[in-house]
Design a protein around this ligand. Structure first.
Ligand SMILES: *Cc1c(COP(=O)(O)O)cnc(C)c1O
Length: 447
């Protein structure tokens, strides 16, 4: 079952349905998956992929689907982006692995230099590279603990930080991430998030509420770090009220608490800036990155103030594959593409188009209770009309309709009632409009 298909932006940019979704050839493979792959590994849209690029995903049956998911905010520069493919091909033919802790190579250092340049703030910064977002978050906590000599870590309602033991403890939602997987790591404390649609609080008031919890229930002197997604991902694309992040960051700084921005989903041009923190001029002490960083290659980073990063003893950070040379080549290609094509601007333009389509949709469908997000990270929250009661069933029905009609969409949120849009920034306006025509049909068909 090998494929010689070529993906990338040269693929015909069209929605094309030649079978039901999933088609017979995908169905055969699904039966095989059922035999060989653990049931715990689910799939949201079970078509088997042969090629992808621009704004489409092509399956084994010859269907071409419009991609509004980017493999969960990963293929920001597009699937099989030329800048990524050429660098990866060159690197994989030169050497595949040495382990940076054994014999180093330029790609790793080049990625760290890019991270120092691109992440918020012009202070001295250093980085360490890992394989997954969860691993980056774990290491950010390790570094913050080592640097402060404190244990406690503060996280927020609706947070998502990964699926390892520590990051499960930091993640809020039970199903499917934590259920029956405990006991979880200790010294993790949860504070209320700013969620304007649900709490109606100003950023300052929401920050005061969170700080009160941290101050009274944890104690600033016990806190090593606050970890927060500047725009929450899996938790429902919750955008905190203006002023919330700056107030938290200022409090952390006044109290010697390391402020960690988890930009694994929101980073690398996704929101229209290099990082979501940039929007309010927040300069985190440490930032975690992954997903969009490397055009689909598994790579993650922790970037922080040099004095914090260097607090850890030599040999204290690492891992066999962390900063693998092929993944680093992918990151350098992806970052080059973001700079060359000004993908931040493209994300802002996509955000304008999507917001306009969603505003129009919300006028006709009162189930759409909130429209939020920034750039190419937009979402709608579905509630029973006139209330804040989540309508997850409607979200699931709309989602299923989109899938059947050749649009890859994703849901999220604590209540599963948020419909999120994460198109690759390589998608064209025509395809984007066609995808939102399908979304509009889905709302009409499920009304
Ligand atoms: C996806 C995600 C993670 C975990 O990344 P993995 O690569 O899946 O381990 C952590 N934090 C945020 C904000 C994420 O979106």
């Amino acid at each position: 079952m090998t494929s010689t298909a070529t993906g990338g932006p040269g693929l015909p940019q069209e929605r094309r349905l030649v079978t039901d979704i999933p088609g017979p050839l995908s169905q055969e493979r699904l039966d095989r998956k059922k035999t060989h792959v653990a049931d715990g590994v689910g799939t949201a849209l079970p078509v088997f992929v042969t090629a992808a690029g621009g704004g489409v995903i092509v399956d084994v049956d010859g269907n071409s689907l419009i991609d509004l998911g980017s493999g969960i905010a990963v293929t920001t520069v597009g699937n099989a982006a030329p800048e990524v493919v050429s660098r990866v091909q060159e690197q994989v033919a030169a050497f595949t692995h040495t382990c940076f802790m054994v014999t180093p190579y330029d790609g790793y250092v080049d990625v760290c230099a890019e991270l120092a340049e691109l992440t918020p703030g012009d202070h001295a910064k250093k980085s360490a590279l890992f394989n997954s977002g969860a691993e980056a978050v774990e290491n950010a906590v390790k570094i913050a603990r080592s640097a402060t000599g404190r244990d406690a870590v503060a996280v927020f309602d609706h947070a998502y930080h990964g699926r390892t033991n520590l990051t499960m403890a930091m993640t809020a939602k039970n199903m499917p991430y934590k259920h029956r997987f405990g006991p979880f790591a200790g010294e993790v404390y949860r504070a209320p998030m700013s969620y304007p649609f649900r709490d109606g609080l100003s950023g300052a008031d929401a920050a005061a509420r969170a700080i009160d919890v941290l101050d009274k229930q944890v104690g600033a002197d016990n806190l090593a770090a606050i970890a927060i997604e500047p725009i929450q991902g899996e938790g429902g694309f919750v955008v905190p009220a203006e002023g919330f992040l700056p107030a938290l960051s200022a409090w952390a700084s006044d109290n010697g608490v390391v402020f960690i921005a988890d930009e694994i989903q929101s980073g690398f041009c996704r929101t229209g800036d290099w990082f979501a923190c940039d929007h309010e001029g927040v300069v985190p002490d440490m930032i975690t990155t992954a997903k969009g960083i490397a055009g689909g290659m598994p790579l993650a980073g922790v970037t922080g103030r040099a004095d914090l990063m260097d607090a850890v003893h030599v040999g204290g950070l690492g891992g066999t594959y962390g900063g693998n040379p092929v993944a680093c080549a992918g990151a350098l290609g992806s970052i080059a593409a973001m700079k060359e094509h000004d993908l931040g601007a493209r994300a802002r333009a996509i955000g304008d188009l999507v917001r306009e389509r969603l505003l129009d949709l919300a006028e006709r469908h009162p189930v759409i209770a909130d429209i939020r997000g920034r750039g190419a990270m937009m979402a709608i929250e579905l509630c029973e009309p006139g209330t804040t009661t989540p309508d997850a069933a409607r979200a699931a029905a709309v989602n299923a309709h989109c899938h059947r009609n050749g649009v890859v969409t994703l849901t999220c949120g604590t209540w599963g009632n948020v419909f999120r849009f994460l198109p690759p920034l390589s998608i064209g306006d025509d395809l984007l409009h066609e995808a939102f025509d399908v979304v509009a049909d889905a709302f009409a068909a499920t009304a």
